[in-house]
Design a protein around this ligand. Structure first.
Ligand code: HEC
Length: 144
């Protein structure tokens, strides 16, 4: 009967396995190479960095003066005031960067710099600056 044959195989397999295991363990115990002492890792080697490449003799370089862009504002009354007062927070290029603006807008611009941004430019100088801007940067008189 196939069912009985299977049972016999199982019942034989266990003692064979147990005996084999015991033999293997005994052989391991007998043959193991026990050494008394302190186990430590191999001394670690050190990695050495390569020496930097020698610089070629002509590796020197020179620098010239830093290029500072200069802004040529149209000559006229008030130009110096613009260069002095409209230069503290930003470049006076902010003026030439704008499209031609109506006279009233330039006045409002100077008021804004004084009131909103705290430029603190004296009254009479502010008026001179407004006049200068109105004389050079409106759609009627703006030169490219
Ligand atoms: C106290 C600092 C300060 C001073 C001084 C100053 N500005 Fe300004 N200005 C600003 C600030 C802040 C802005 C806006 C910041 C930005 O957009 O980069 C600005 C922006 C501008 C702009 C761009 C348009 C706008 O309204 O944002 C113009 C044009 C300008 N300023 C003109 C002038 C003129 C003309 C003067 C001199 C009368 C002047 N500024 C002086 C602070 C100042």
């Amino acid at each position: 009967m196939p069912a009985k044959g299977k049972t016999t195989m199982k019942t034989r397999a266990l003692p064979i396995f147990v005996v084999a295991s015991c033999v293997a363990i005994a052989a391991g115990v007998v043959c193991a190479d026990f050494k008394k002492g302190y186990y430590s890792p191999d001394p670690l080697g050190s990695i050495q960095q390569a020496a930097p490449a020698a610089l070629p003799p002509d590796a020197g370089y020179e620098v010239s003066s830093y290029p500072v862009p200069t802004l040529e504002l149209a000559p006229g009354d008030g130009r110096q005031d613009v260069q002095i007062y409209c230069n503290t927070c930003h470049s006076p290029r902010y003026i030439t960067m704008q499209p031609p603006l109506p006279a009233a807008t330039w006045e409002a611009e100077v008021i804004k710099m004084n009131k909103a941004y705290g430029a603190g430019i004296p009254e009479d100088t502010s008026r001179k600056i407004v006049a200068y801007l109105q004389a050079h940067f409106t759609p009627e008189n703006r030169k490219p």
